[in-house]
Design a protein around this ligand. Structure first.
Ligand SMILES: Nc1ncnc2c1ncn2[C@@H]1O[C@H](COP(=O)(O)OP(=O)(O)O)[C@@H](O)[C@H]1O
Ligand SMILES: O=C(CO)[C@@H](O)[C@@H](O)COP(=O)(O)O
Length: 539
């Protein structure tokens, strides 16, 4: 579309908005009906560790959404000279799972517990045994049951439990829905009915500790919808939450709110059976759409759903890029001392590119990027740790490569279970996430770590919110199955780059992983010996 055509599309509302609340950024992306991004906005935020809980204040959710929307609207006006009055369809996605519970008057009952918390081991052991289905620590039902086991007073007053995307959607539209992908990280889904598993709901309700409450699990969970189904309309109040200037009008059709896993699958065109993709950011997770059930229950493989309701095997690690960011900030501060003010992209590029000069084994340096606990390596909480012997090759190139290897190490260990025990392997994995903003380096390192070709699309670094915008557009025109819609309408001619594993890199990464495994008890010891500093309670 040329400028005039795009400007007309904006005026006529032939546009879709995707908003994704990721762990480090709230991003908004606006697309035209040909799925091209025409404007974007973002807001930077960070989880806080307060009172032993990883959290974000809900006020910041709205400050961030408004700021990111404001930037996007300004971007539209400056490029196309049009105010944003009427947006055809809107979709919200976010980091999944966690614990957000509300009373019947809509009050938040306890500060938001994010996916990053490892507080629910007892609940997950009990529920996994009960259902004979893996319940990971970060899932909503695990948080709820743990709160019950802890006898937390607020549980009595629960009227509604949802995810972050479900919460934002509810406030924008007044509707309590979840897309099936996001719902599958709240409570297990039955593929046949496309709804929460009725047998498991019954089993949960019959638990002694659960029976004592007046609420029923079914009634506090949001209703489940599949991609393409309308999930309400933007209300007047919702429009004011997005756009405080009052320009935006109500009435946009809303897509089912999704999780960032689902939007990652859409953004990489990986909803078809046997396709695989990876998301790398604060956390890392690989997803393969299953063509048959797994042979057995694995505590390290989560079963979630595509946005149109097919089961997916997910390997999820809580830690990926946070330690890289912490070190990048140290280098930024040092550059600042020399009078050099570095923008983030320049900083990451300068650091990542030097890794190309590293020894393939990263000079025998070892790093544990555990800002929080790690399920895959059974680490109860996190103490980021860099360790080396006196005679190893300690230089910047090896240091940065060790950081990258460490970011992918838990994922590599988890993926080995998928490939070795379940023989699930895809020809290629399509990756997306902020680490690919600097081309090649993270992509090649991931290919070497997983010993699998990795494809990255041109849109990789803004994948999630763009994927959500595409799901919002799909609500307006859903005459094809989602996988066909993506193949035929969205990804007719994708711009991609595939990198194959390099034999020396594969061998070098294996050496790193051997050292990493050997030293895991050092990390355990650090967890035991160093107490986490507490911050003030969340307001
Ligand atoms: N220019 C860049 N080059 C490489 N990595 C980057 C760059 N900018 C940001 N990153 C990394 O990308 C991460 C954000 O990725 P993203 O997929 O948006 O994650 P999240 O959903 O966890 O916020 C940052 O935390 C940082 O580690
Ligand atoms: O838990 C999941 C997916 O299962 C994610 O929502 C969570 O790891 C957050 O992802 P990001 O690191 O914000 O991309």
């Amino acid at each position: 579309m040329n400028l005039i055509e795009t400007s007309r599309a904006i005026k006529d509302g032939h546009i879709s908005l995707g908003i994704e609340l990721g762990s480090t950024q709230i991003k908004s992306v606006l697309i035209t009906d040909d799925f091209n991004t025409i404007a974007s906005g973002y807001y930077v935020w960070e989880n806080q560790y307060k009172d032993g809980v990883w959290t974000y204040p809900l006020q910041q959710v709205w400050d961030g959404i408004r700021e990111s929307y404001k930037q996007l609207a300004a971007d539209v006006y400056s490029k196309y000279h049009q105010p944003l009055i009427n947006i055809g369809s809107i979709g919200v996605s976010a980091m999944m799972h966690g614990y957000l519970v509300f009373s019947n008057s809509g009050d938040l009952l306890t500060p938001f517990r994010t996916w990053r918390n490892n507080l629910t081991e007892a609940a997950t052991d009990a529920l996994t045994d009960l259902f004979d289905f893996n319940i990971p620590q970060r899932w909503c039902i695990a948080h709820l049951y743990q709160a019950i086991l802890n006898k937390e007073a607020h549980v009595d007053s629960i009227d509604f439990m949802t995810t972050l995307a479900g919460y934002v959607h509810w406030r924008l539209s007044g509707e309590k829905f979840l897309g099936i992908g996001d719902a599958s990280g709240a409570f297990p889904i039955d593929e046949q009915t496309g709804d929460y598993d009725a047998v498991f709901l019954g089993m949960f309700s019959q638990l002694e500790q659960v029976k004592t409450y007046t609420w029923n699990i079914r009634s506090i969970l949001p209703k489940v919808l599949k991609a393409g189904q309308p999930a309400g309309y933007l209300t007047e109040e919702g429009a004011r939450l997005l756009d405080e200037k009052g320009t935006l009008t109500a009435g946009s059709v809303m897509a089912p709110p999704e999780g960032d896993a689902g939007t990652g699958m859409v953004a990489t065109n990986s909803v078809r059976k046997k396709t695989g993709n990876i998301s790398v950011g604060t956390s890392a997770f690989s997803m393969v759409v299953l063509d048959k059930p797994l042979k057995k229950v694995h505590r390290d493989i989560d079963i979630v759903m595509t946005p149109d309701g097919s089961p997916v095997a997910m390997v999820h690690t809580n830690n990926c890029s946070s330690d890289i960011n912490a070190w990048a900030d140290i280098f930024k501060q040092f550059a600042g001392r020399l009078g050099i003010e570095l923008q983030a992209d320049k900083l990451y590029e300068a650091l990542f590119l030097v890794a190309a000069k590293a020894r393939p084994d990263a000079g025998s340096l070892v790093n544990y990027s555990y800002l929080s606990g790690e399920n895959i390596t059974k680490m109860p909480s996190g103490r980021p740790l860099f360790v080396r012997t006196a005679n190893c090759e300690f230089n910047l190139a090896n240091f940065i490569l060790a950081q990258l290897y460490a970011a992918f190490a838990p994922l590599k260990i988890g993926m080995d279970i998928l490939t070795n025990e379940e023989q699930i392997r895809t020809e290629v994995l399509i990756a997306q996430g902020g680490l690919f903003k600097t081309p090649i380096i993270a992509q090649q390192t991931l290919a070497n770590a997983l010993n699998t070709p990795i494809t990255v699309m041109k849109t990789a670094s803004q994948g999630g919110p763009w994927g959500m915008a595409v799901l919002a557009a799909y609500v307006k025109k859903n005459d094809l199955r989602l996988e066909d819609f993506l193949d035929q309408k969205v990804f007719e001619n994708p711009e991609t780059l595939t990198l194959n594993p390099e034999p020396m890199g594969v061998a070098g990464c294996k050496q790193f992983i051997d050292l990493y495994r050997a030293g895991l008890s050092i990390e355990h010891h650090a967890v035991d010996m160093l107490t986490e500093k507490q911050q003030n309670p969340v307001s």
